[in-house]
Design a protein around this ligand. Structure first.
Ligand SMILES: NC(=O)C1=CN([C@@H]2O[C@H](COP(=O)(O)OP(=O)(O)OC[C@H]3O[C@@H](n4cnc5c(N)ncnc54)[C@H](OP(=O)(O)O)[C@@H]3O)[C@@H](O)[C@H]2O)C=CC1
Ligand SMILES: O=C(O)C1=N[C@H](C(=O)O)C[C@H](O)C1
Length: 272
């Protein structure tokens, strides 16, 4: 019987919290072969003997020598932008787990993927509960013109606000304008709040939604979206209590990324 081709994956940021969790999840799933990892210091990682596949600290060398089907990136905002540009140039499908990139990066990746005839997925959050939280927040934004986001993360997180908070605000803004059929509703909402450089305690305004970022030891990844109306408040909250919450979504993206074309932004596009 012909053996099924396993999807070959390279994990960038393998030495980090998410990268190491992803390596464990990939090893436990027979759809995948982890064929290479990208770490900061390949010599040191090789000497430690902790990896069973080839180890690199040069992304171009990894892409040339290992040429994986999929590049799963859990590095950071600065590195991921360069990595994904290089992946697409090499015809390797990126699954972008790292956050902190801009809408302009996503647009450039989309065009580059389309030119290469390949797919990519950039997913600010892989957890199903977080995706539902964003969906419910978008739905609620049709009915409330005022809302604020509080995102709370471990104190090792480098980027702020979180990719999830940005994506939530984007989805809320899109629904608000669509539902109202009146872009003025968005302007009223933005004008009704005092988020300015002169009032930093009021958060950072993105898409008309103030975002507040909390970084504390003991936290993993949490978000509240609070809607306020006349005499009532609606709070939608999600908690990732363990990084295992991100793994089914990350593996789904790795399994499906070569079926899409262009850069898909948000895992929800594979789910509903
Ligand atoms: N999409 C999702 O569902 C989720 C996304 N994330 C995102 O994933 C990213 C990683 O998070 P987390 O694992 O907690 O962070 P960590 O800091 O624990 O891990 C990042 C790792 O990447 C390494 N790294 C960074 N740049 C490079 C590079 N150029 N070459 C090789 N290695 C590099 C870091 O090395 P060093 O320490 O030396 O810098 C570190 O080991 C973040 O952007 C985070 O927001 C996190 C959770 C869920
Ligand atoms: O850094 C993290 O931990 C997380 N990052 C992602 C983000 O920026 O939204 C996803 C999740 O919140 C965990």
């Amino acid at each position: 019987m012909a053996s099924r081709h396993r999807i070959t994956v390279a994990v960038a940021g393998a030495g980090g919290k998410m990268g190491s969790e992803a390596l464990r999840a990939l090893a436990a799933d027979d759809r995948f072969d982890t064929v290479a990892v990208l770490v900061r210091d390949a010599g040191q990682a090789q000497a430690s003997g902790q990896y069973t596949c080839p180890v690199y600290d040069d992304p171009e060398r990894l892409l040339m020598e290992a040429h994986p089907d999929v590049w799963l990136d859990f590095t950071d905002a600065r590195s991921v932008v360069h990595h994904v540009d290089r992946c697409i140039a090499f015809g390797v499908s990126p699954v972008v787990g790292a956050t902190g990139y801009t809408p302009e990066d996503v647009a450039r990746w989309n065009e580059a993927c389309l030119r290469q005839g390949i797919g990519g997925i950039a997913a600010p959050n892989f957890a199903i509960g977080a995706l539902l939280m964003m969906r419910f927040a978008a739905e609620a934004a049709r009915f409330f013109t005022r809302a604020e986001i509080i995102e709370m993360h471990h104190d090792g997180k480098k980027d702020a606000p979180s990719g999830t908070a940005r994506r939530t605000a984007e989805q809320m803004a899109a629904h608000r304008e669509d539902a109202a059929g009146d872009p003025a509703a968005h302007r009223v909402s933005a004008a009704g709040i005092t988020v300015t450089d002169a009032a930093p305690a009021r958060g950072w305004s993105y898409q008309g939604v103030p975002i507040h970022s909390v970084r504390l030891p003991g936290l993993v990844a949490h978000q509240e979206v609070i809607f306020g109306g006349a005499g009532e408040v609606l709070t939608i909250r999600h908690d990732s209590l363990s990084r295992t919450s991100f793994m089914p979504g990350a593996l789904l993206a790795c399994a499906r990324v070569r079926e899409v074309r262009g850069m898909v932004y948000g895992l929800e596009h594979l789910l509903w």
